[in-house]
Design a protein around this ligand. Structure first.
Ligand code: F6R
Length: 374
């Protein structure tokens, strides 16, 4: 039930702090006499195989594919395990090279909110047919992917009714961050102290996310200003490059405004030609990002061409206030957790724009919640 909310999508955006708590509940042990720990019931017997895998191959579609891209950065950075991300639809049609050697195997990880996406399910079935271990990360309990994988993790984000995925995305990244930390600790890539610090940061996310909602009025006002734009560009780097893709997808699917997400440095290889005063550019620029100064130069390049910039940065950063049209501030958090917060204002921006344009927010045209056909 959507209760007092106008749309399921809005309800689900605002439910995210609770969804994240539920994703982490019972899986994190911190404090007390024993060392800190993250546990995933279904994966415990597989930890040695996961930690020594040659590659983890993530297969997914749409928003889940964006979460997988964040997962690639997380697991490579924090655990030192090689990850590749594939569109599920491409993976199974191109005879991928998959290793089965003990101690040096490829493991397929399929990610899906519904657990019913035809291509993602088929990617898991394809892997298993080839003797490859397939792990599922899904939200819907008892879904086809949950049943047809060797092991898995449930998101526990609660039912997602709005067609545009919101809380499942942040729950997916939370799960992947937990998996990255667990693998990192298991492999000795992070020390116990670092692990404890990162887990503490993870646990602080729900409260920090709730702080973003305090800026709802500003995001609403900004949405009013940009609601008639025909095109949007979203830029981000590192952990937030997939967030740029996700912000653009959210806007396209529910407001029908054309939007493109880019790795910011790619802007000068083409999209910069599009920039004029009618082109809003959303730049995800947290100072925790190692390339923050380069993102600032990108902002200058957009401004020099008359584009208007909406920046997402941390609350203690005033660098961008004078030059950007709008600056949305998110609480400060370690770089690897910033996607979970940075996507929230982008979800709200697309929600408000779609609603102001009179679009059917929860059931956008031509889209279904579960894509069970190819
Ligand atoms: C975007 C969206 C879709 C889904 C995609 C995969 O908001 O909802 O792009 O993310 O169809 O769906 P799942 O995660 O159910 O496999």
């Amino acid at each position: 039930q959507k209760g007092a909310y106008k749309h399921f999508m809005l309800k689900e955006i605002l439910e995210q702090p609770e969804a994240l708590r539920n994703t982490m509940r019972g899986r994190i042990r911190l404090g007390g006499a024993s060392p800190p720990e993250i546990r995933f019931g279904g994966l415990e017997p597989l930890m040695e195989r996961l930690a020594s895998a040659r590659r983890l191959v993530f297969c997914a579609c749409g928003t889940s594919w964006h979460a997988a891209l964040v997962g690639e950065y997380l697991i490579e950075q924090l655990a030192g395990v090689n990850v590749e991300v594939e569109y599920a639809s491409e993976f199974r049609y191109r005879n991928p090279i998959l290793a089965r050697t003990d101690g040096c195997e490829d493991i397929v990880v399929v990610i899906s909110q519904s657990g019913e996406t035809a291509d993602t399910l088929a990617a898991a079935q394809f892997a298993r047919k080839k003797g490859i271990l397939a792990i599922g990360i899904c939200n819907v309990v008892g879904s086809s992917i949950a049943r047809e994988t060797d092991a898995g993790i449930y998101l526990h984000a609660g039912p997602e009714i709005g067609v545009a995925s919101t809380k499942a995305f942040t729950a997916q990244i939370t799960c992947l961050a937990m998996l990255a930390l667990k693998l990192g600790r298991y492999r000795g890539a992070i020390s116990e102290e670092q692990f404890e610090e990162h887990v503490t940061a993870l646990l602080s996310l729900p409260a920090k996310m709730a702080e973003i909602f305090a800026q709802s009025d500003k995001i609403y006002e900004m949405s009013r200003v940009y609601r008639y734009a025909h095109n949007f560009l979203y830029l981000g780097r590192g952990y937030n490059f997939p967030v740029a893709l996700e912000g653009a997808l959210k806007l396209k699917e529910i407001s029908y405004i054309h939007a493109e997400g880019y790795a910011a440095a790619e802007m000068k290889h083409g999209p910069i030609a599009l920039i004029d005063r009618f082109m809003p550019v959303v730049v995800i620029a947290p100072t925790s990002d190692a390339t923050y100064e380069k993102l600032r130069s990108n902002i200058q390049e957009v401004l020099a061409r008359g584009g208007s910039v909406i920046a997402i940065t941390e609350s203690d950063n005033d660098d961008l206030d004078a030059e950007c049209e709008y600056v949305i501030k998110i609480p400060k958090v370690a770089d690897f957790l910033s996607p979970i917060l940075a996507v929230v204002p982008l979800q709200l921006l697309s929600y408000h724009i779609a609603d102001m344009r009179g679009c059917n927010v929860d059931q956008p045209r031509n889209l279904a919640k579960s894509v069970t056909v190819e």
